[in-house]
Design a protein around this ligand. Structure first.
Ligand code: NAD
Length: 503
């Protein structure tokens, strides 16, 4: 168990909270009714930000602004090279302000600052990649339809898009959506999580500084029911791209179906790492700890199920436990921290509830399992639970905390059965020196990403998304811009039309 934490207060604790206004039609505005949301740092407990809190009136104003910008503004009509130039300037400005953005995300989400820096650096790379796709987006032509016909398929921006994001990777996830929507020529209304909106507002400032025309991107802080729901149902919105829980994703899809909007869904996961005896067990043990405890387990891609061959289980788990004991939990602003604070006390209670239920169900808390006492903030011990069986809630549901469930297998068939025995299908990992074993797992696991002898790497070039109830559609990759387009078929007829219908 970790020793009590003594969290020191950063300079921000003695300053007034930073205030953020909504961004609508290029202007920073307060909510009409003057409401605000206060966000306290989960690692320290002081109020770090105050955002103007949007409601139905602000959603209407933001959608109308995005609609005007789409219908009459320059953005969808510009050359792709001009849009790409603005995306590239945005990337440069994010890079210049990387430390400031990383600190906001660490303060508001409780994630470690060193990790936050990595995420913002990753976001810079995505903005640059999206700029390259803006230049290469193209359609198709068919000159094989006879001498009098030329068929042309063009891709046009789909229109106004609503982008809704969660709290666990505030800046990174909006950067998996917005640059691609902008590259296509769309306009957007963006709603970050009500707990972590600051870095998205900062992105809004950066976009204006980079030369984005007013109204192209509108940013609203607010709650799901007041702001997210009308952003989904609004008749002028053509597409909804949502990242969040499977529960809210299903509600969002149902709401979007009324006006038959296109939807893209990045939802929860219950991902397994399968470890075979012939693997590089030292590397696999490190990846097990990384997969389980990265971002305090508050990660859709968390490797929350460790599926280990029975022959090596005891020795391997002893190595995993020894590594887990070395994971530095504590102040998100300390450069050495690997696991920061839990996002909220409510969420921490929920995670602790899963650990208690696992004990009742017959699980054995092999390591951790407790809250860590601290003078400020909320922290959980990285926890490993053995004797987990496939029917237990801890093996099936997304816990979203630093909790690793261990299941064992004796054959590859059983390992695959365990890996696939969940309603989710986001990602999986396999560890083995045998190409046959790795390929069998990679081909038969039902998930959107499979890591072979590595875990949780990501590249803008590679599509990301889920099978089953982990989502619908893919983000990133070379087709990411196409997602934000409609296809239009144009048929050019040359000369006198023959074969008249009536005469
Ligand atoms: P959440 O579903 O509670 O909220 C996500 C967003 O939806 C927030 O902005 C929220 O305000 C908004 N929202 C809530 N109710 C809404 C409604 N009725 N209509 C429209 N919007 C609404 O999720 P969370 O707790 O913020 O994030 C954690 C979840 O996100 C986890 O399940 C995690 O797996 C998932 N996630 C998935 C990915 C992925 O890429 N697959 C990435 C990160 C997080």
């Amino acid at each position: 168990m970790n020793a009590p934490l003594n969290i020191s207060m950063p300079a921000e604790a003695s300053q007034a909270p930073k205030a953020y206004k909504l961004l609508i039609d290029g202007k920073h505005v307060d909510a009409r009714d003057g409401r605000v949301i206060e966000r306290a740092s989960p690692g320290h407990g002081f109020v770090v930000s105050r955002y103007a809190q949007a409601g139905a009136a602000e959603v209407e104003a933001a959608v109308q602004a995005a609609h005007r910008a789409f219908e009459t503004g320059p953005w969808p009509r510009m050359k792709a090279s001009e849009r790409a130039a603005i995306l590239l300037r945005t990337a440069d400005l994010i890079e210049t302000r990387l430390e400031e953005i990383a600190r906001l995300d660490a303060l508001e989400s409780g994630k470690p600052i060193a990790q936050a820096r990595g995420e913002i650096g990753g976001a810079v790379d995505i903005w640059r990649y999206a700029a390259s796709l803006a230049r290469t987006l193209h359609g198709e032509s068919y000159a094989n339809l006879g001498d009098t016909m030329l068929g042309v398929v063009v891709r046009e921006p789909i229109g106004v898009v609503s982008l809704i994001t969660p709290w666990n990777f505030p800046f990174l996830i909006i950067s998996q959506k917005l640059p691609f929507a902008l590259a296509a020529g769309c306009t957007a209304v963006v709603k970050p999580s009500e707990m972590t909106s600051a870095s998205t507002f900062l992105l809004g400032d950066i976009l204006l500084e980079a030369g984005l025309p007013a109204g192209v991107v509108n940013i609203l802080a607010g709650f799901g029911a007041d702001v997210g729901a009308p952003m989904v149902s609004h008749p002028l919105v053509e597409m909804v791209s949502f990242t969040g829980s499977t529960r809210v994703g299903k509600m969002t899809m149902a709401a979007a179906s009324d006006s038959l909007k296109k939807v893209s869904m990045e939802l929860g996961g219950k991902n397994g790492q399968i470890v075979f005896p012939d693997a590089d067990l030292e590397a696999a043990a490190d990846a097990a700890v990384f997969g389980g405890f990265f971002n305090a387990g508050e990660c859709c891609n968390a490797g929350s199920r460790l599926i280990v061959h029975e022959a090596i289980a005891d020795d391997f788990l002893a190595a995993v436990k020894a590594l887990a004991a070395k994971v530095k939990v504590g102040d998100p602003l300390d450069d050495r921290t690997k696991v920061g604070a839990m996002i909220s006390t409510d969420h921490m209670e929920k995670v602790a509830g899963y650990v208690s239920a696992a004990k009742t169900d017959g699980g054995n808390v092999f390591s951790g399992g407790a809250r860590i006492a601290s003078n400020a903030g909320q922290y959980l011990d990285p926890t490993i639970i053995r004797n987990v069986t496939e029917d237990m809630a801890i093996a099936r549901e997304e816990v979203f905390g630093p909790v690793l469930s261990v299941l064992t297998f004796e054959s590859i068939e059983k390992a695959l059965h365990i890996a696939n025995n969940t309603p989710y299908g986001l990602s999986a990992g396999v560890w083995s020196a045998s190409i046959d074993t790795c390929m069998s797992v990679a081909r038969h696991v039902r998930s959107g990403t499979v890591w072979v002898n590595t875990f949780m790497e990501g590249y803008p070039e590679l599509p990301f998304g889920g099978y089953k109830q982990s989502g619908l559609g893919r983000e990133l990759g070379k087709r990411a811009v196409e997602d934000y387009t409609e296809e239009k078929t144009i048929q050019f007829h040359r000369g006198q039309r023959t074969g008249w219908w009536v005469g």
